[in-house]
Design a protein around this ligand. Structure first.
Ligand code: FAD
Ligand code: MG
Length: 357
């Protein structure tokens, strides 16, 4: 953007020395004010614990005040979504669904209803790999229990039948959800974080912010640029925890990562983590990390979890069908794979070899 000081005229036409000095002083003042007017927007960054993670908003704004007002509004929006969709806040839509008697219809907010409906579509599209009724078994996987002991096969088998989205009945007119089997539960942990990011970014835009990053525990979306420089997201190695790849993020793009290294526990040398394969009730074993890049943070979030469960072959079929999504996959042997579409956008920072697909 070109930026020049506004031209102003002096009423004085006298050609004496003091007049010239005044004119010079005026020119200097105008130049300085022009420079101030041209000053690049400052980068304001503020973090807050929300939805079980650290949410960091980075916005570019001409004034600190504008940045704070916009960021506060975005944080309030995330808090509002948390109150609707949290698994732990009593009275949230999800808590009410999970407490309901089997077969009972629970009226929920149109927003939660829309996200559960989208979850059902993704469940269909991923052949059941993405299933919000995983939560029926999540009580078996308490990674913070010391000592951690994984549930045995008998217990897993006795509860596996509860994980099946087919048994979640949705009524679009009444906005009701009904769980068909006693003991069933739902959880939006793999999709609502993306929704919170999307809504927070919409709020920032509404407050006139054109350049920003919304980061919820590493899942993020950007708009615009960082004073002309492309936004970068860092991909962490699942074991060394070092950033190994930088991802250049274009205007409006989102990235979400599902990994086996944040919420997990070790038992007899085996890693047990929070991404559950609905067909077994146990942690999925194909990948250590899956990052999905696309324009919608909700899809990026949900498909990162789905692909983690689906494994390489089905993941590649899905990504071939969905041209708006790209992925970086780190398999169980720590081999790194990436969509060819990302060839221009990845900056390798560590000792990493990428196999393109
Ligand atoms: P992702 O890979 O994005 O998702 C993994 C999560 O998805 C699992 O933890 C599980 O919840 C779910 N999941 C597992 N398998 C499947 C499957 N096959 N299909 C579908 N879903 C699956 N955490 C807290 O500790 N305290 C809180 O107060 C808290 N509040 C939250 C409120 C909200 C509204 C949300 C959305 C999450 C909250 N969380 C809370 C959860 C927390 O932030 C999770 O870590 C996060 O949602 C999971 O994101 P992820 O990126 O770690 O993993
Ligand atoms: Mg996710």
């Amino acid at each position: 953007m070109m930026c020049t000081p506004k031209r102003q005229t002096s009423k004085s036409r006298r050609g004496n020395r003091s007049g010239s000095l005044r004119a010079i002083a005026l020119v200097i003042v105008l130049l300085v004010s022009g420079i101030i007017a041209c000053k690049r927007p400052a980068v304001h960054s503020v973090g807050r614990p929300l939805i079980g993670t650290l949410v960091t908003l980075t916005v570019l704004a001409e004034s600190h005040e504008k940045a704070i007002i916009a960021s506060e509004a975005a944080f309030s929006e995330i808090a509002r979504i948390e109150a609707l969709m949290s698994p732990v806040i009593g009275g949230s839509d999800i808590a009410r669904i999970n407490k309901s008697a089997s077969g009972a219809s629970v009226i929920i907010s149109p927003e939660t209803f829309a996200l559960i409906s989208q979850s059902k579509e993704i469940w269909r599209e991923t052949g059941g790999a993405f299933d919000i009724t995983f939560a029926s078994m999540s009580g078996l996987w308490n990674f913070s229990r010391v000592p951690f002991v994984p549930p045995g096969p008998a217990l897993l088998n006795s509860m596996k039948h509860l994980v099946n989205m087919a048994n979640v009945e949705l009524d679009g007119k009444k906005k009701t959800v009904s769980l068909k089997k006693p003991g069933m539960k739902t959880g939006l942990g793999a999709i609502a974080k993306g929704y919170a990011i999307r809504r927070a970014m919409e709020v920032l835009r509404r407050y006139g912010i054109e350049n920003a990053m919304v980061d919820a525990g590493g899942d993020l979306q950007v708009i615009g640029s960082k004073n002309g420089e492309v936004w970068m997201a860092g991909l962490i190695h699942p074991r060394t925890k070092r950033i190994i790849i930088g991802i250049k993020m274009r205007d409006g793009e989102a990235v979400a990562t599902s990994g086996d290294y944040e919420r997990y526990a070790m038992y007899r040398g085996v890693r047990y983590h929070h991404i559950i394969d609905p067909s077994t009730g146990e942690p999925a074993r194909h990948f250590a990390s899956v990052s999905v890049i696309g324009r919608d943070p909700v899809e990026a979030d949900a498909f990162a979890t789905a692909i983690f469960v689906m494994g390489m072959e089905k993941a590649r079929e899905l990504l071939a069908r969905r041209s708006g999504l790209s992925a970086i996959l780190i398999d169980a042997d720590m081999k790194v794979w990436a969509s060819r579409r990302l060839a221009e956008d990845l900056v390798v920072l560590g000792d990493v070899e990428i196999t393109w697909f």
